[in-house]
Design a protein around this ligand. Structure first.
Ligand SMILES: [Zn+2]
Length: 434
């Protein structure tokens, strides 16, 4: 396909509000305005025009509930009244039929759509760069009504779980002395069961056990140009009220989402995953660390990210839109890039970004604090909060405030990450343009 290499040639990214952050490095003039980088439709020039061997990379983050988005390579810019006569290449991702199609417009006529890719690489709510492998998470849960939870350690994040009276299919995992469920034993059997299933499947492999990881990771090949990574996590669904002692000061969403929403969430079950910290054989009150469970509210987190407005109308009626989700995605994306660049940041994870986001949502609790048009301002505020947590080495778990999520990484690495983020902030985020 011949592309005229003229200064006014460009690239356009459009979406039905589904691609809310688009980054097209190399196309943007260095005006350092992040909000311009992140708005769709995005349109930018290809500096120096196209030539054989020149590569264009478009990065973005797909919305949580997408329908479609497209990327066009054009000669000049059209208007609504006078659409472009020529579009050298138009790529369209349609989520309903999982289609990724190509076509072109020559002298005002669209060519037939080509749809020869049998692989659809885009996932809702995930950043994409077409060469990246895909990653998925699933939790397989066992519901339990009658359990007795005892905190393990004093931060309220880890528990031993004892079954109350009655017959249970989990009896064989109970330890004789105190009826506690062995997280180690259950995870071991879970892995073995998954292994048996995997043996029967073609093109699916199980990754080696990662110490201290509650997930079994599967690699699925043969479904496209890149393997898919699937994390299967074992979870216990506890259908009793949240552990009051540790959750009573957490989840402070009253002024943000309201008391009613808070109560609705607190009536829901919570989850426990087989995960401990530190040495597996460390013992407290007769319980070994390897047999304890970490509490998880991931279902509530997902829900409040989705329904994040102080008013019911935020991002729901098509009129009022905010930039909360955009800010969170940017922070996660930025942390991911910083981790790629410097392995000493390995202990930081997207959960640190998400928790910071929840705290910031509570302090800036009105929809008007997050107007869509003020994304760059709001992102800077969120970043400053994150830097503050890092400088203090203190980030309380949003649900269990007694747990400091920054107690793992050293003070030195917290400070060094804060410094690195400040550098980026002050120089117009070169990391997004690499
Ligand atoms: Zn919103």
């Amino acid at each position: 396909m011949a592309v005229q290499a003229a200064e006014r040639d460009g690239i356009n990214v459009e979406s039905d509000d589904n691609l809310n952050d688009s980054l097209a490095p190399g196309l943007i003039s260095p005006d350092k305005d992040i909000s311009r980088l992140l708005t769709v439709p995005f349109s930018g020039r290809i500096r120096g025009g196209m030539r054989p061997g020149k590569k264009i990379i478009v990065m973005g983050i797909v919305d949580l509930e997408p329908t479609s988005f497209d990327v066009s390579l054009t000669c000049g810019r059209g208007t609504e009244k006078e659409p472009l006569h020529d579009v050298a290449l138009k790529l369209t991702a349609r989520f309903a039929g999982r289609q990724f199609v190509r076509n072109a417009r020559i002298s005002g006529k669209w060519t037939q759509e080509e749809a020869s890719t049998d692989y659809f690489p885009f996932i809702p709510d995930q950043p994409f760069r077409i060469s990246n492998p895909d990653e998925f998470d699933v939790m397989m849960t066992i519901p339990l009504d009658r359990v007795d939870l005892q905190p393990f350690g004093d931060d309220g994040a880890f528990y031993s779980v004892a079954l109350k009276r009655g017959e249970s299919s989990l009896k064989r995992f109970m330890q004789e002395e105190d009826n506690t469920l062995s997280a180690y034993g259950m995870l071991k059997e879970f892995r073995e069961e998954v292994k048996k299933c995997v043996k029967m499947m073609k093109d699916v492999e199980m990754e080696k056990k990662k110490i201290g990881c509650p997930a079994v990771t599967l690699t699925i090949k043969g479904v496209g140009p890149v393997p898919i990574s699937l994390d299967v996590v074992l979870g216990i669904e506890v259908r009793t009220s949240w552990p009051a002692e540790f959750t009573k000061d957490g989840f402070q969403i009253d002024d943000w989402l309201g008391k009613k929403v808070k109560q609705q969430h607190m009536r829901k079950p919570y989850y426990l995953v087989p995960k401990h910290e530190g040495r597996a054989m460390a013992e407290r009150d007769g319980v070994l660390a390897k047999d304890v469970w970490r509490i998880s509210f991931s279902h509530v987190e997902k829900e409040i990210v989705k329904n994040h407005g102080s008013e019911k109308t935020c991002c729901e009626d098509g009129k009022i839109r905010c930039c909360r989700k955009g800010c969170l995605k940017l922070l996660k994306h930025m942390l991911g890039l910083l981790k790629e660049e410097d392995s000493s940041f390995a202990k930081f994870c997207s959960y640190h970004a998400k928790t910071t986001f929840f705290h910031t949502c509570c302090s800036r609790n009105k929809d008007s604090d997050w107007e869509a048009s003020r994304l760059s301002h709001c992102f800077l505020m969120l970043l400053e909060d994150f830097e503050g947590h890092l400088r203090d080495s203190k980030l309380p778990n949003f649900f269990i405030p007694t747990q400091n999520l920054l107690s793992g990484p050293s003070n030195r690495s917290c400070t060094s990450l804060a410094r690195r983020i400040k550098e980026e902030r002050e120089s117009g985020f070169p990391i997004f343009l690499k």
